[in-house]
Design a protein around this ligand. Structure first.
Ligand SMILES: C[S@@+](CC[C@H](N)C(=O)[O-])C[C@H]1O[C@@H](n2cnc3c(N)ncnc32)[C@H](O)[C@@H]1O
Length: 282
């Protein structure tokens, strides 16, 4: 699928204004470059679709949006699901795009791009070896990072809309390629984890949405399951988000660390670079 964001739209419009016959632009949000042909008022894409250059004005004017070229029209990559009542939007950044669910970002973009955010999470459990469990797929960025050194990565995602978004995101593509070490299972990890064998993972990366929208993924019962499925000496990284103030009420990393200790984790450490907490099963 051809995806456009501001840099590509600007370059096409500038080339058209200068009377050029072709332009080299990225049609996959900066992953690769391709040549488009300028034919008067229209731009012809490599897959044969043609769009009026004027239609790219919206793309240029909305730097945070991603647009798809579909049946000769340019459409924002966003949809509403009646089933979940949520809006899913792919959001352009300076690097890898982010996923927004009803206005809530699923990756960090402030002062860091989503790729660096995922790299920091993987680094918090490095060196990664053996079997990895990732609780929450999103766009698969942290799974892609842990998969580099892991034997295999099993990852759950509750929302099929999110998996659909990942399927059209160029930066998530390696997850679905033949030979990928990542297995994505659609389901609620809070339930599915109960069916996983004990002591079967070397590393767990727990990257849940905020406490306000996924309280069950911060509950003691869930932490007991994380502890159960880890092998002895297995490592956990738990994303908590902005550590905020050390005020007792707001100190989420502190509360998470305490509860991880209560279910048996040891070597519990704050990981400021990854905005979370790491721990080890004794
Ligand atoms: C913060 S994002 C994960 C980002 C991901 N690690 C990445 O690198 O792109 C959280 C994801 O967890 C999913 N989720 C929420 N509750 C879940 C549950 N109970 N089981 C599995 N996935 C869940 C959300 O739909 C969302 O896609």
């Amino acid at each position: 699928m051809i995806l456009l964001s501001r840099p590509a739209a600007s370059r096409i419009r500038e080339a058209a204004a200068a009377g050029a016959g072709t332009a080299r632009v990225s049609l996959d949000l900066g992953r690769t470059e391709a040549e488009v042909v300028l034919e008067g008022e229209a731009v012809a894409f490599p897959d044969g679709q043609r769009v009026a250059v004027g239609e790219l004005a919206d793309v240029e004017a909305n730097p945070e949006s991603v647009y798809a070229v579909l049946e000769g029209a340019v459409e924002k990559v966003t949809w509403f699901s009646e089933e979940t009542g949520r809006v899913y939007t792919l959001r352009a950044t300076r690097g890898w795009p982010a996923l927004e669910i009803s206005g809530i970002l699923m990756q960090r973009i402030k002062g860091v791009d989503p790729r660096e955010d995922a790299a920091a999470k993987a680094a918090a459990v490095s060196p990664v070896r053996g079997r990895v469990l990732e609780t929450c797929f999103g766009l698969g960025y942290s799974a892609l990072h842990t998969a580099r050194d892991a034997e295999s990565v099993l990852v759950f995602e509750i929302d099929p809309n999110v998996i659909d978004m990942a399927r059209l995101n160029p930066y998530s593509a390696p997850v679905f390629e033949a030979g990928s070490k990542i297995e994505v299972r659609q389901g609620d990890v809070a339930e599915e984890i109960q069916r996983l064998p004990g002591a079967s993972f070397d590393v767990v990366v727990h990257d849940p949405p905020t406490l306000a929208i996924a309280g069950e993924l911060y509950a003691t019962a869930f932490y007991e399951q994380l502890h159960r499925v880890l092998k002895p000496r297995g490592r956990l990284f738990h994303y908590t988000g902005d550590p905020g103030s050390r005020n007792r009420k707001q100190d989420l990393p502190g509360r998470v660390a305490q509860r991880l200790g209560e279910v048996g984790f040891a070597s519990i450490r704050r990981e400021p670079a990854a905005l979370g907490v790491s721990a080890r099963k004794p």
